[in-house]
Design a protein around this ligand. Structure first.
Ligand code: F6R
Length: 369
């Protein structure tokens, strides 16, 4: 069942090209236009949506945070992302024109289910992005968009995360095409780029030997920090979560712009810091700003582990290690940049002799509130 891999997690990380490809499958017509008839929500209702609220927990919530950047950019509909357990117990501003999108691998997470029920009581339309057919959350939602990652057995989520980002991008592009808000690029163009992502994930996976070595020599680390910006920010938090749950190492993800507002005080000689660098071609000059951050922390003694695009030479002078990913447009980069962080956590956990598939104190689906 592990197809020759030692652990389910390793198998599932290596399944990720398929998870993305299968989630894209069958969602476009011959002309490359999105066809989401499976949603069964009235098109006029979708056109009338004034706000989207994404509810989820853990890794699924980080997928939601990534999706916010893309969906707002493409649709111009405001998107909020909220941890399901927080959403449920405040007094959210929701009405019939709010689309509440839940994201859940298992479809059984009680916190997320309660948030969906709460949203329905308040009159919202509910869409579930889910990996498990016939599970409770999609059954109780008005509509479902399944991710096709296949069964995820390892407790730590990997391939479901990539499939969740993919599915929420499909939803965002669909809403944008319904509303005619093809800001920047049209849906077919982004879908075509998404079709190329599985091969690019293969490229990343083929280059992971050095990441494994780094994980082995970092097995005694007491704390690892992760910095990212824009869509790289939720990726940083996901990288930290993987390390906490799999290797029991204190880890924290920050928005790189926040460094000077506090976290830079944590930097002392030898502190390992992963930095996810935006593409040199990205808007707003974010690439250069993040390169400056690397320079700042390196000057204070940090060990910098830099995830950067192929050909980005600007990072080299300030990087103790450079981990390369292929070029993508900025919004698609998380589908590649998260992979080395998953692989790092996997090998660090293995290096410490821990149970990769069944980390302590955790269950695959959290069916209590
Ligand atoms: C992290 C992890 C958890 C889940 C979270 C939501 O690796 O697996 O954070 O992502 O418990 O689970 P689902 O997606 O099943 O609702």
């Amino acid at each position: 069942e592990k197809s020759g891999y030692d652990t389910f997690m390793e198998k599932e990380i290596n399944d990720q090209p398929h998870a993305v490809a299968d989630t894209l499958l069958g969602r476009t017509d011959a002309e490359g236009n999105l066809t989401l008839d499976e949603l069964h929500i009235d098109v006029e209702e979708l056109r009338a949506v004034t706000k989207i609220v994404i509810v989820a927990c853990g890794t699924a919530a980080y997928a939601g945070m990534v999706a916010k950047y893309a969906i707002e950019h493409w649709t111009r509909i405001p998107v909020e992302v909220e941890l399901a357990h927080e959403f449920r117990y405040r007094d959210p501003v929701i009405d019939e024109r709010t689309l509440v999108v839940s994201i859940s691998q298992s479809g059984e997470t009680m916190d997320t289910l309660m948030a969906v029920r709460h949203a329905k009581e308040l009159g919202a339309r509910t869409v579930s992005i889910c990996n498990t057919h016939g599970s409770t959350i999609p059954r109780e939602s008005d509509a479902v968009l399944y991710t096709h990652a296949g069964p995820e057995i390892a407790v730590a989520s990997t391939k479901a995360f990539l499939a969740q980002i993919t599915a929420s991008y499909i939803l965002g592009l669909y809403l944008a095409s319904l509303r005619g808000t093809s800001y920047g690029r049209d849906a077919a163009e982004v879908m075509a780029e998404l079709q190329g992502i599985p091969a690019q994930i293969e490229t990343v996976l083929a280059g992971m030997d050095r990441v494994k070595e780094i994980a082995y020599y970092m097995a005694d680390s007491r704390s690892v920090l992760f910095l990212g910006r824009h869509v790289g920010y939720p990726v940083a938090m996901e990288g930290a979560l993987k390390l906490k749950e799999l290797a029991y190492i204190h880890a924290e993800g920050f928005a790189a712009g926040e460094l000077k507002h506090g976290p830079i005080a944590l930097i002392e000689p030898g502190q390992p810091v992963f930095v996810i660098v935006p593409s040199p071609g990205s808007e707003h000059g974010l690439h250069d700003k993040v390169v400056s951050n690397i320079q700042e922390i390196r000057a204070r003694g940090a060990r910098t582990l830099v995830i950067a695009e192929e050909g980005d030479e600007d990072v080299v002078p300030f990087a103790d290690e450079v981990i390369r990913v292929p070029h993508t447009s900025p919004l698609l980069a998380p589908l590649l940049t998260v992979v080395p962080l998953q692989v790092f956590a996997l090998h660090l956990s293995t290096a410490k002799g821990l149970d990769v598939d069944q980390p302590r104190n955790l269950a695959k689906s959290v069916t209590v509130e």
